[in-house]
Design a protein around this ligand. Structure first.
Ligand code: ADP
Ligand code: MG
Length: 280
């Protein structure tokens, strides 16, 4: 009897303990994300979301201990270049590390070098096919006009799209987005959310990290709720996103509204105000 090969998970974290400086952010964390999932990691500031991404991105490593491992696509060790071509990352952190004088096309091309910028000798390693591909991704994202424009002369939204293009030059199967709408105005946020929808439609898997509940696009199916380095809920979006879980995660009473696949939290009325209304 033949059986289909079991596909390894995108991310498999087993018993990982992680420190940032002297702060223990995660203690014996267990988490698995499949290759074809659309997942949001939601939680308040300081919950450990960016730390988790840095673990996935091999920027930080867990404490070496018995019976603990982190595997990406079934492998525990990765060459950073190979990894970048499988998983594209967009983050505010990355955006802020670029010199403001870097031109749009150079930001995108730097994706091939897994570096910040293409200055010096590294630039010579870019092939004409890579340059062509970079420009075509910029056209797809509507930022081709910014190829020669320095970041300092772009809006935050245009900069963010250049960074998305940087992640897409490798055509990665998975995109990891850390607070992708940070610093964007409403129109640019909506445009970004629509972009995520299209990426999902293209068959890419998405891991979206956010502290904004209302920015979870309907295409996201699974939500992992983090609080102070602990997963307090994990499962289908409609099961995880309830008042009890969200109030516990954000440590505040709240109400919840769901419309067209989007979730909105708003403050619970103060008891005194509610009582006063009742009396009138
Ligand atoms: N470079 C650092 N050095 C020490 N502690 C850090 C560092 N970066 C983050 N932390 C701490 O790690 C915890 C998780 O931070 P982070 O992963 O950035 O949270 P989030 O992205 O959910 O806002 C916080 O308590 C934060 O203060
Ligand atoms: Mg963060």
């Amino acid at each position: 009897m033949s059986s289909a090969p079991i596909e390894s998970a995108l991310i498999e974290i087993h018993n990982a303990t992680l420190y940032r400086g002297s702060t223990c952010v995660f203690k014996n964390l267990n988490l698995s994300i499949g290759r074809h999932e659309q997942v949001a990691i939601l939680g308040p500031n300081g919950a450990g979301k960016t730390t988790l991404l840095k673990l996935i991105n091999r920027e930080i490593y867990p404490v070496a201990q018995k019976n603990s491992w982190v595997k990406l696509l079934g492998k525990a060790t990765w060459n950073v270049w190979d990894l970048r071509s499988q998983i594209g990352i967009v983050s505010d952190d990355l955006q802020s590390r670029y010199l403001q004088t870097t031109a749009g096309l150079d930001v995108v091309l730097s994706g091939y070098l897994s570096s910040i910028g293409t200055h010096g000798l590294l630039a010579k390693r870019i092939t004409s096919a890579q340059r062509k591909r970079a420009l075509s991704v910029m056209i797809d994202l509507g930022v081709e006009a910014y190829a020669d424009v320095p970041l300092s002369k772009m809006s935050t939204g245009q900069q963010r799209r250049c960074l998305l293009a940087r992640a897409l030059v490798h055509d990665p199967a998975t995109l990891i987005l850390d607070e992708p709408t940070a610093g964007l105005d409403l129109a640019a946020s909506f445009e970004y959310i629509e972009r995520i929808r299209r990426l999902v439609k293209q068959g890419r898997s998405i891991v979206l990290v956010t502290h904004h509940l209302n920015e979870i696009p309907p295409a996201i199916r699974r939500v992992i709720l983090l609080r102070q380095g602990r997963i307090i809920a994990d499962g289908p979006k409609d099961e995880v996103l309830n008042v009890e879980n969200l109030a516990a995660a954000y440590d505040t009473p709240l109400r919840l509204q769901i419309k067209d696949g989007y979730y909105f939290a708003y403050p619970e009325e103060q008891r005194a105000a509610r009582d006063a209304t009742r009396k009138t």
